[in-house]
Design a protein around this ligand. Structure first.
Ligand code: NAP
Length: 338
């Protein structure tokens, strides 16, 4: 065993919430062979494996984690050029926004609307990260994973990843797969995707360059999201709900200005930020150390010293208010780790 396993490692500062207890056992892996070793160790010691990437979408329990926490730091970026497209292979531990910047600088289209999203490459297929009309499901060619059930590495096609809105096979079978590498298919020639209002308002009829789209997204997000280096947060805490048409129609009669977006399967997507802000007036709502962000109520912010239990109570309170007022049952986008 070459890997050194650390004990009683504080996890709070390995997450952007800066909340939570210790990992009973902890290891950082930099290659697939190290990951295999870590898994062997966990199996022989009968420990559940808990994966940690950039820690930007998790809430660690105050009691910490009793299993083996494996921090994925597998790096490496490789490129295969095709006639019209480029296959970009990235290790799960690469910083996603750094990858986006590099692809934009290289002139490859696809990831630019996903600028400024925190976290690592390995998390992108798990929650099918998306923003401004683009989601990684549109761009992923294949994903390499370790399958803890069959104890082998596998390459999954995009279809096999079973992507949905902020959802995937990896979420549906939580704990089974560990992403080690993602291959994105980008275009050598492309068109800017500026159909979302924030970008449309900015560019109007202009035809922005790749770099202009990236810079615009960075500017827009910097106004809506807090400075991650200053406060504890995991960004958007809840998913935007997708609801039955009948409920959407009832809500649009009650709240005439509520934006609604039809989805491909006949359901309707509701911007939860609107519900929290304009319907429930919860923008900046505060309970001791936990609050919603003053510029975007979908974002929960925690002061230093806040407990995971306080965030949970706060989030459940918000979810209850949404349910009572609108009949919509909302879900966490953030994953709880314990
Ligand atoms: P926003 O742009 O105000 O959008 C709010 C909601 O309305 C989202 O559900 C968005 O869908 C939907 N929407 C807006 N314009 C739309 C259009 N033209 N067609 C279809 N749906 C439309 O949201 P925001 O909170 O300021 O966030 C900005 C972007 O970052 C959004 O796309 C949001 O989803 C994304 N984001 C993603 C994550 C993540 O992947 N974990 C976290 C934070 C924010 P979509 O959600 O499908 O875009």
């Amino acid at each position: 065993m070459k890997l050194s396993i650390a004990h009683n490692v504080p996890l709070a500062d390995l997450t952007t919430f800066h909340i939570g207890g210790e990992a009973k056992e902890f290891v950082e892996v930099r290659s697939e062979s190290e990951l295999s070793e870590a898994i062997e160790y966990a199996k022989s010691n009968d420990l559940p494996v808990v994966i940690l990437g950039g820690g930007s979408n998790v809430l660690v329990s105050d009691k910490g984690v009793t299993g083996l926490v494996v921090k994925i730091s597998i790096l490496g970026i490789g490129v295969v050029e095709k006639t019209d497209s480029v296959l970009v292979r990235a290790g799960a531990g690469e910083v996603f926004d750094s990858l986006v910047r590099q692809t934009v600088e290289a002139g490859w289209w696809g990831l630019e609307n996903l600028s400024s999203i925190p976290g690592l490459v390995g998390a992108t297929p798990v929650q099918n990260v998306g923003a401004y009309g683009v989601e990684v499901a549109d761009l992923i060619d294949e994903v390499k994973v370790y399958d803890l059930k069959d104890s082998v590495y596998k390459i999954l096609t995009a279809a096999e990843c079973d992507f949905g809105y902020r959802d995937s096979l990896f979420k549906k079978t939580s704990g089974r797969y560990i992403v080690t590498e993602v291959v994105y298919r980008l275009k050598k020639v492309g068109d800017p995707n500026i159909k979302y209002a924030d970008l449309k308002n900015l560019f109007g009829d202009d035809n922005p360059t790749l770099l202009q789209v990236r810079e615009a997204v960075i500017t827009i997000r910097s106004k809506k999201f807090p400075d991650w280096s200053m406060v504890g947060t995991a960004g958007s805490f809840f998913k935007n709900p997708i609801i039955e048409k009948s409920l959407a129609e009832a809500l649009s009669r009650k709240y005439e200005t509520m934006p609604m977006y039809d989805t491909e399967n006949g359901l309707v997507k509701i911007p939860l930020g609107f519900v929290l802000d304009k319907v429930l007036h919860l923008k900046g709502y505060e309970n001791d150390k936990v609050s919603t962000f003053k510029n975007q109520a979908l974002v929960i912010v925690a002061k230093r010293g806040a407990k995971a239990s306080e965030v949970e109570v706060f989030a459940n309170d918000i979810a209850d208010r949404v349910l009572v007022e609108t009949g919509i049952s909302i879900e966490w986008e953030v994953t709880k780790i314990s």
